[in-house]
Design a protein around this ligand. Structure first.
Ligand code: FAD
Length: 492
């Protein structure tokens, strides 16, 4: 079978590998000059390397299984380290917390730092584990849009348990009741941003997200996040997948209700199946003119986007870890502003420093900072103005946390290289509608069911995967979408 994959994002790469293993002849067409999409990399002058997007890696087994499928030992090609500390948190009142990875350590350290008992923390983490065990396999690893999924007894059991899954309360409400201390509530509310959602709207079911990090672990590939892209891309090449870079697909060709192939420039190319890793909204808009549009699905609120400052710094900061969060004073206001399409005056700042573990990412004694602020999806805002106002606020907030002494503007003097990426840049560079980081948001309780299926209901032989469709955004879920698509193709 001849299959075309549109887009070499992480899901497109994983699907190409799976289909090649299943015996397909696979061509991947990618508009950019190289693979990875949001998981690409770049360098800044002075010897600083950066991963463009993702910095947190969970569920590495979904990468490993691609090598195993191909009969290879993943350790020969792709390696990663388990983090002992997952994140350093900083609050405006001076509270600091270094979150250990293991659940038992997290429970103990949280009880030592916050106004919460070990029992309360343990109960909260157990509830997160239960939610994952009940729903994870059902809602993440299968297509929600096929009858055989709903005939599975495990799915029926999960449905019976729905009342206990906190679908009808927000994450914030669940956290406030379970944990009490507002700092700890803010810490766990932050996990809503792992799929670009708002903790005041996202269902409490998502309070299972910390379970991924603290039970299954947080990791970093030994050469940085881009190793994931490089590893799967190289594997695809070894399996005979043909990659066509700088080749933008302009149309998905159909013959009646069956897919016929794709058009690239002026050339029509025939394929038996087409697997689309392009953002699904843009795919309907640009590649499927005249096709029936699933309007309700396409109208779902987009996930948040981001303003990112990539800084090469000429000194090291020992108080920082690999992942660091500097919280705003008022999270509710911050998310309220995002909902209104704006940035808050006082923003939460995420700083990732991959050179803490990947020493080649910055010259000795220097650091590479990925400084990210959550931003609304791009809807025509004046990003030049918003970013110009945001940058000094971010610098000032970091200066205050890192050196509360009298001197100001000291951090600015250490920034030796800089790149700034705003939501319209993310849209342009990664083909993501409105610059959304994770496709559609999970800001309502039906969100899981309203993501686009992994196949077309109207065009036989057309499949969808990646962060904008089921099961959602983030590297692990994108890899699962590739697994679901490969299963669907095999059954077709
Ligand atoms: P994408 O990365 O969206 O790539 C799609 C590809 O398709 C692109 O390369 C594009 O050029 C190509 N394409 C589009 N249209 C066409 C066309 N017509 N023809 C040919 N090619 C086309 N996830 C995590 O797990 N952890 C994190 O810490 C994390 N942080 C993030 C931070 C940022 C700043 C961003 C942007 C994302 C982050 N994510 C994170 C989300 C994660 O990066 C994405 O969910 C995931 O990488 C999306 O992969 P994808 O397979 O959907 O493809």
């Amino acid at each position: 079978m001849k299959t075309a994959v549109i887009g070499a994002g992480i899901a497109g790469l994983a699907a190409a590998v799976r289909l090649a293993v299943a015996g397909h002849t696979v061509d991947v067409y990618e508009a950019a000059a190289g693979p990875g999409g949001k998981l690409s990399q770049f360098s800044l002058p002075g010897g600083y390397r950066f991963d463009f997007g993702p910095s947190l890696f969970t569920m590495p087994q979904y990468v490993d299984e691609l090598f195993a499928l191909a009969g290879e030992d993943p350790r020969d090609h792709f390696n990663y380290v388990l983090l002992e500390e997952v994140c350093r948190y900083w609050w405006p009142d001076g509270t600091r917390f270094q979150a250990p990875a293991a659940t038992a350590d997290l429970v103990r350290e949280a009880a030592n730092t916050f106004d919460v008992s070990e029992d309360r923390m343990r109960d909260f983490m157990s509830a997160a584990a239960r939610k994952y065990e009940l729903t994870g396999r059902t809602f993440l690893e299968k297509s929600l849009h096929r009858l055989d999924t709903w005939l599975d007894p495990q799915v029926a059991y999960a449905m019976l348990k729905i009342p206990g899954l906190d679908l009808f309360r927000s994450m914030h409400e669940v956290h406030a009741e379970a944990l009490g201390d507002p700092r700890l509530v803010q810490l766990f509310d932050r996990f809503a941003t792992y799929n670009g959602s708002n903790p005041y709207k996202a269902p409490g079911l998502l309070s299972m997200i910390p379970h991924f990090e603290h039970h299954f672990g947080a990791y970093l590939p030994t050469g940085g996040m881009y190793d994931i892209t490089q590893g799967i891309y190289d594997l695809g090449r070894r399996l005979g997948v043909r990659f066509h870079f700088n080749q933008r697909v302009d149309r998905i060709n159909r013959a009646g209700s069956r897919v016929q192939g794709i058009r690239v420039g002026a050339t029509d190319l025939d394929y038996d199946a087409v697997v689309c890793n392009m953002d699904v909204w843009l795919a309907y808009d640009r590649l499927l003119a005249g096709a029936k549009r699933p309007e309700k699905t396409l109208r779902q609120q987009k996930s948040s986007s981001a303003v990112i400052f990539y800084w090469g710094l000429d000194r090291a900061f020992h108080e920082l870890g690999l992942h660091n969060i500097f919280f705003s004073r008022d999270y509710a206001t911050e998310f309220g502003r995002l909902e209104a399409g704006n940035l808050a005056d006082d923003v939460t700042i995420y700083v990732n420093v991959s050179s803490k573990l990947v020493l080649e990412d910055a010259p000795p004694g220097h650091e590479n900072w990925f400084v990210m602020v959550n931003a609304p999806a791009h809807a025509g805002q004046d990003w030049d103005q918003m970013t110009a106002e945001l940058r000094p606020r971010v610098v000032a907030a970091l200066e205050k946390h890192l050196d509360p002494g009298p001197s100001t503007h000291w951090l600015e003097h250490h920034i030796r290289a800089e790149r700034i990426v705003r939501p319209p840049d993310i849209e342009r560079l990664t083909g993501s509608h409105q610059g959304a980081l994770y496709g559609s948001s999970s800001n309502n309780r039906m969100a899981a069911f309203l993501r686009h299926p992994n196949f077309s209901r109207d065009i036989e032989g057309l499949y969808f995967l990646g962060g904008s469709v089921h099961p959602g955004g983030g590297v692990p879920l994108c890899l699962l979408s590739a697994r679901i698509v490969a299963d669907l193709v095999a059954k077709s």
